[in-house]
Design a protein around this ligand. Sequence first.
Ligand code: PXP
Length: 238
Amino acid sequence: MPELMVNIDHVATLREARGIHYPDPVFAAGIAEMAGATGIITHLREDRRHIKDRDVRILRDVVRTKLNLEMAATPEMTKIAVSTKPDMITLVPEKRQELTTEGGLDVIKYAAKIEKVIAAVKKRGITVSLFIDPAEAQIKASAGIGADMIEIHTGSYADARTERMKKKELDKVIRSAVLGKELGLGVNAGHGLHYHNVREVAVIPQIDELSIGHSIIARAIFVGLDRAVRDMIEVIKK
Ligand code: PXP
């Protein structure tokens, strides 16, 4: 059964809707951990639209499970990662106009840039994951460039409108997970996963961790964060 890593960014989205001090994503991290999350994920975007530098610093101090910092492969973010020392980073592509991370990282096109970041953070003992589309060439490139893990982008699976498309996208995720493991990589998956589509991904034996944010925070509005995390773990277990 894969472990659940909870992304708490959208607690900060709600805070930033008012530009005040609550709700605090740091509190959310503690509640998610107590409810059984095995890791906390946060994305410090270049435009700081939700998570701020202060959040990352405090999260580093208080997270007792594992802190995964999502970030763009830029010199600024590399500096922050090296100084705050999360347990792991996940490199993601970033566009200012997007609502959320849209596609996977192009590891082939940006190999030189990514390699630099990997070298800098691995020296500090930080594990590196690359968020990529479920494509063979990207997985091979990730292994070749020295990543420890990949996170397979499940957005196309989650967005598929027909059963046929859903199956096709799920097959890609499965094949990618198998190839990732064969190449010696840790394999995570995430994006767009919710209580009604996570099961098919959770049963893939090669997947180590699921990265889920929006659906858990959305459910937390109605049932509370503790229950929302526990419910997701229950669905994954089944
Ligand atoms: N993985 C990555 C790399 C992401 O950028 C995001 C979104 O922040 C997620 C997982 C979580 O996606 P969602 O919020 O749709 O669960």
